[in-house]
Design a protein around this ligand. Structure first.
Ligand code: SF4
Length: 54
């Protein structure tokens, strides 16, 4: 599994303060997507427990 980004502290992606991990790969291909570069499942970096860099 690859990921395209990590926000270690965010309040925009749900209730309260949290960590957000943005996993790569999407088959929906919405017309108004803000991040079409992340549709590719190979985009970003490989996710390894304890090694997601900000
Ligand atoms: S907005 Fe982008 S990432 Fe979200 S479901 Fe649609 S195509 Fe996928």
């Amino acid at each position: 599994m690859n990921y395209s980004g990590v926000k270690p502290v965010t309040i925009e992606n749900g209730t309260g303060v949290r960590v957000s991990l943005f996993v790569s790969g999407c088959r929906h291909h919405c017309r108004e997507c803000f991040n079409p570069e992340t549709w590719d499942f190979g985009y970003g970096k490989p996710f390894k427990i304890g090694r997601a860099h900000v």
